[in-house]
Design a protein around this ligand. Sequence first.
Ligand code: KIV
Length: 281
Amino acid sequence: MAKKKAVQDFIQMKQSGEKIAYLTSYDYPSAYLAERAGMDMLLVGDSLGMVVLGYSTTVPVTMEEMIIHAQAVRRGAPHTFIIGDMPFMSYQESVAQAVHNAGRFYKEAEVDAVKLEGGRRVADRIKGIVESGMSVMGHIGLTPQSSGQLGGFKVQGRTAESAWEMILDAQAVEEAGAFSLLLEAIPPEVGKAITESVKIPTLGIGAGGYCDGQVLIISDMLGIFEAFTPKFVKRYANLGELMFKAFSEYIADVKARKFPEEKHTYRMPPEELERFKEMLG
Ligand code: KIV
């Protein structure tokens, strides 16, 4: 079992050029397998709302839902660096609210860091959480919690001005004390410029290959979320098809009385069976 990585290891990986492999997870079995495979970090993302709970956006997700899933992920991956994603309205109101909810993730789900969306406008909240002794990953570019303001789930930073604004956001997140920064849905040139403008590692999702690491949403990469598939997804398996086939075969077996078979049943000892038959008359 590899040693659990810490914040310093990720900074070191950026410096040495070793790419960081990062994935979302929402449950015990996927966390267990990701740890066995050697994943560097796991995100209990608020994408949970869309890919597991069936909401149409991440906005309805609550701290309670996030904590339950983060606890399961921690049980599945006790030796992996786990990040809890702060859901909408768990940090927007004030620094005190942000510190309180980051603290809940730490105390109730034993995460190693929290993530929150936004650049300069959340710098005071990042600073507050870091000054309370916790680690923060920033998240800029496409920020799904404010997708309404951004005009939907759209690529960001396509004009020179908006790309420049993003560099200022990245630097503000670093100055506030974040240990890393997630970049979502931006042109690769912008991902490169941001990665070069900060000392903390950048983790890209649709932000090009120059970022210090890559993150994918587990349901996208395994093919079990069919509502939509962003361009940045690489599908590594089609578990959706396998699950559909398995469900269909199971239904057919039950209807045709092919399941359960003798090997799936628990028999009584013969003498007990005899006595039981007598009782039944
Ligand atoms: O919630 C999430 O899964 C995210 C992704 C962009 C990685 O933040």
